[in-house]
Design a protein. Structure first.
Lengths: 306, 213
């Protein structure tokens, strides 16, 4: 057992990727390029994929439930690709309707039913992560008209869309640019994205040469999320050090001297330390003199104004 | 010109295709700082105050406070799960300014801890991921504070006819900086500056800039 301190970085060992794009663009094939993958074929389309590896055709949610009850069956797989997540949620919905019809009157989920669906999906992806699997969610794309612009989103039904977007650490859109397949994690005004790593769009190699693409991307994603956590831990320590110092300040000299130093801090630390300093100055009843651009004792300020 | 990120978000929403709920007069009021908070805004303000300083508003069984003259009570069953998400060592309501051409955009972060920025939102409606993801409020904050991650905590509330507030769910998710973020922000500022200049509203914003200097 290891206690992680508040200022320690917490690694994200198994990120969740969501990749969406047009049918036939090679999403399933991309799924097979993850490390030791098992494809859960909800769409029954795996036979069309190139570089096909182990695949479990899912006819009903009970197939997934059975798999999760016997996790030794997926022991040898490092990655699980859910192909497609939209169809996966359809089967989950059908399962809720079958076992708890009150939550899906007429086959359509009630508000409570949506709640159950979201919780079940979230729990399931968490279970996969806890089992040590990298999770790749695959979705078809869906184009919606928004005024004159067209926005491309993952084709995921209603209330579960938000849940999938919440769960996914990385969201990338796979599209054709001329003859090139491009995977872009950057959100634009034309499509949704999530890009914690700050990646530029990837031009994908031909399918036959993209045998380890997702395996490498998961590793890079893990590293990027780890770097975010480390960076935050570093800033947390920096701000906490400042907090400790500021708490000892009792004079306007100390407070004013800090102003210049704070201006040299990184953009993320500066407003935090500035706020701590302002709060300390207020507690000490110092007042800001905008002409002198410095704090003064309230009495001194009043005397100067008299 | 000195512009708040909230005003820029109002401008973006006003220009959204098919939006019908905001009139040009509403936008003008927002630009001129004549915003009159409604019940939902007051509820969010009150909720945010408790998140920031729960001890201050604590009463037996919960929290009580007023926001813009309106009284709110939140039970412990509502607030405790929400308060559990907030690192009390973090800094609340920190301000940052980022310059775009001759415009200063002012952003206020609900909560900062390390390189993580958190925004707290309340809603009485169904959770809508895109409403938040498409917002420019977080984009301007991300551009000004340069956090590693922006985390939204959306507190979905239900208000009974007798005024009792219940917590339906908490929806938390992360958003991240991306390559075109600064350019997207700069473009919206440019469009806004053209709009206010054409409408003769820039004087007020320039005066705010001069006062802040």
């Amino acid at each position: 057992m290891r206690i992680i301190k508040g200022t320690d970085a917490i690694p994200v060992e198994h990120p969740v990727f969501l990749i969406f794009g047009q049918p036939g663009i090679g999403k399933s094939s991309l799924g097979y390029s993850a490390k030791d993958p098992l494809a859960l074929d909800f769409d029954r389309g795996a036979h069309r994929a190139a570089n096909r590896k182990d695949t479990l055709v899912i006819d009903a949610w009970k197939d997934v439930a059975e798999l999760m009850e016997n996790p030794e069956q997926i022991h040898g797989y490092a990655s699980i690709s859910v192909d497609t997540v939209g169809r996966c949620l359809d089967l989950m919905t059908a399962d809720i309707a079958m076992h708890d019809p009150k939550k899906a009157p007429g086959g359509n989920l009630s508000q409570q039913g949506w709640g159950v669906l979201k919780t079940r999906f979230r729990t399931w992806t968490s279970q996969l992560r806890l089992l040590g699997k990298d999770v790749l969610l695959i979705a078809h794309d869906k184009e919606d008209k928004d005024g004159d612009t067209r926005i491309v989103r993952p084709d995921i039904v209603g209330g579960s869309y938000g849940e999938v977007m919440k769960v996914a650490d990385f969201v990338g859109y796979l599209y054709m640019n001329g003859k090139d397949r491009v995977l872009d994690f950057n959100p634009t005004d034309r499509w949704i994205g999530k890009n914690p790593a700050g990646w530029a769009p990837f031009k994908l190699p031909p399918v036959s040469k993209a045998q380890t693409f997702m395996a490498e991307l998961f590793d890079k994603g893990r590293a990027a999320l780890g770097a975010i956590s480390e960076e935050s831990a570093k800033v947390t320590t920096q701000v906490d050090d400042w907090r400790a110092a500021i708490d000892t300040y009792t004079s306007t000299d100390e407070v004013n001297r800090a102003i210049g130093e704070i201006a040299t801090l990184p953009a993320i630390a500066q407003p935090q330390v500035k706020k701590l300093l302002m709060d300390r100055a207020k507690a000490l009843q110092f007042v800001w003199n905008p002409q002198a651009k410095a704090f003064e004792e309230a009495k001194a300020m009043a005397a100067a104004q008299a | 010109m000195r512009i708040s990120a909230t005003t820029l978000e109002s401008f973006r929403l006003f220009n959204e295709p098919d939006q019908e709920w905001m009139t040009e007069d509403d936008l003008r009021d927002s630009i001129l700082g004549r915003f009159v908070p409604n019940h939902k805004v007051n509820l969010g303000t009150a909720f945010g105050k408790v998140l920031e300083d729960p001890d201050h508003y604590m009463v037996p069984g919960g929290f009580r406070l007023t926001a813009n003259g309106e009284c709110f009570e939140f039970g412990r069953d509502v607030m405790d799960p929400c308060l559990a998400l907030v690192d009390r060592l973090g800094v609340f309501e920190a301000k940052a300014i980022r310059r775009y051409g001759d415009c200063d955009v002012v952003s206020k972060a609900d909560h900062l801890r390390g390189a993580k920025l958190s925004e707290f939102k309340t809603t009485l409606s169904t959770f809508d991921f895109e409403k938040y993801a498409r917002s420019y409020q977080w984009r301007f904050m991300a551009d000004a504070f340069a956090p590693s991650v922006v985390t939204y905590h959306v507190f979905c509330l239900y208000e009974a006819p007798n005024g009792v507030i219940e917590l339906r769910s908490i929806e938390s998710f992360n958003l991240y900086l991306y390559a075109g973020l600064h350019l997207d922000c700069a473009e919206l500022v440019r469009e806004f500056a053209s709009y206010v200049t054409a409408k003769g509203l820039d004087g007020y914003l320039r005066q705010r800039q001069a006062e802040a200097a």
